[in-house]
Design a protein around this ligand. Structure first.
Ligand SMILES: Cc1cc2nc3c(=O)[nH]c(=O)nc-3n(C[C@H](O)[C@H](O)[C@H](O)COP(=O)(O)O)c2cc1C
Length: 273
């Protein structure tokens, strides 16, 4: 089976697919022939779809990615001010309404996040959504169990990230682990996947950036993520598939408050060469 097919009537032999293929496996020998796969090229294709996406004429389809499945990009891109405001207005949300979030909204957010880049276009990330009421509270309690052990065995390290205060808060009914969020979205993948940590972080960054457009708020669950990697009872309580590990998690819910200003951050330290 051919790696891709080219519509002779549409292809102008412009060569964009040849130039943009990251694996350099498309060749155009002369202006009368169509682009074709170089010998042995099929094994090197990472199915990134750049050949389909860059063709201005919709002439090329990968066998695994028909051009009809790749929507035309419409509308204007964000201008620089809009892009800056969009990115800077994202906030970590730590106050949530009790109201649960519709599964359809979470599915849409994950559907956006799955388009995040991944090394070799390997798309290693799978998703686990904690949706049942009360479940995040139970999981936060298991993280607290882990923190108690860390505080006992490594008091200095535990205090450095305020685990002592988080535990004290929990005993007073304050959840500083998962912030009483109604939901938790967890990235997971085979534990030996070398691409997964970065892929999970970027995918969750996409999800976090998309969430406010759907009226949702998120916050990275760093304590939870650390415990998931280090404390087997938490992984058991969640029920990740066998051989899988967590690669990042965010809390999710309807925000109680909205933000009205963009906070300051440290100036960038840049080395120019
Ligand atoms: C990897 C990572 C882990 C984090 N873990 C937590 C966490 O466990 N609890 C929490 O309240 N915030 C957590 N945060 C949120 C940071 O505190 C927050 O991003 C930072 O204070 C800046 O605020 P902003 O996100 O609103 O710009 C985490 C952020 C990152 C990137």
């Amino acid at each position: 089976m051919n790696l891709f097919v080219v519509d002779d009537a549409r292809c102008t032999r412009c060569g964009a697919c040849v130039e943009e293929c990251p694996a350099r496996i498309i060749a155009l020998t002369d202006r009368r022939s169509l682009p074709e796969t170089v010998r042995g090229g099929a094994e090197l294709c990472i199915t990134c779809g750049h050949c389909v996406a860059v063709c201005p004429y919709g002439a090329l389809s990968l066998a695994a990615m028909p051009v009809e499945n790749c929507p035309v990009i419409t509308g204007d891109p964000l201008n620089p001010d809009q892009a800056e405001r969009f990115l800077r207005a994202r906030r970590s949300i730590r106050g949530y309404k009790k109201q649960p979030v519709d599964r359809a909204i979470i599915e849409r957010l994950i559907d956006i996040a799955r388009h995040a880049p991944s090394g070799h276009n390997s798309q290693p990330i799978e998703w686990l959504v904690v949706h049942s009421p009360g479940e995040t509270r139970r999981l936060a309690g298991i993280v607290i169990d882990w923190m108690r052990i860390i505080l006992r065995d490594f008091p200095e390290q535990a205090r450095a990230v305020h685990m002592d205060l988080v535990i004290a808060g929990w005993e007073l009914g304050v959840d500083a682990v998962l912030r009483d969020a109604p939901h938790l979205v967890i990235c997971h993948a085979p534990s030996d996947n070398m691409m997964a940590r970065t892929a999970g972080s970027i995918a969750l960054a996409y999800l976090e950036l998309a969430a406010p457009a759907m009226g949702m708020g998120t916050c990275w669950a760093g304590f939870f993520d650390a415990a998931l990697g280090l404390y087997p009872p938490l992984a058991e309580a969640i029920g990740l598939p066998d051989g899988h590990a967590g690669f990042g998690a965010v809390m999710l819910g309807h925000p109680r408050h909205r933000y009205h200003r963009l906070p300051q951050r440290n100036p960038a330290k840049i080395i120019w060469k």
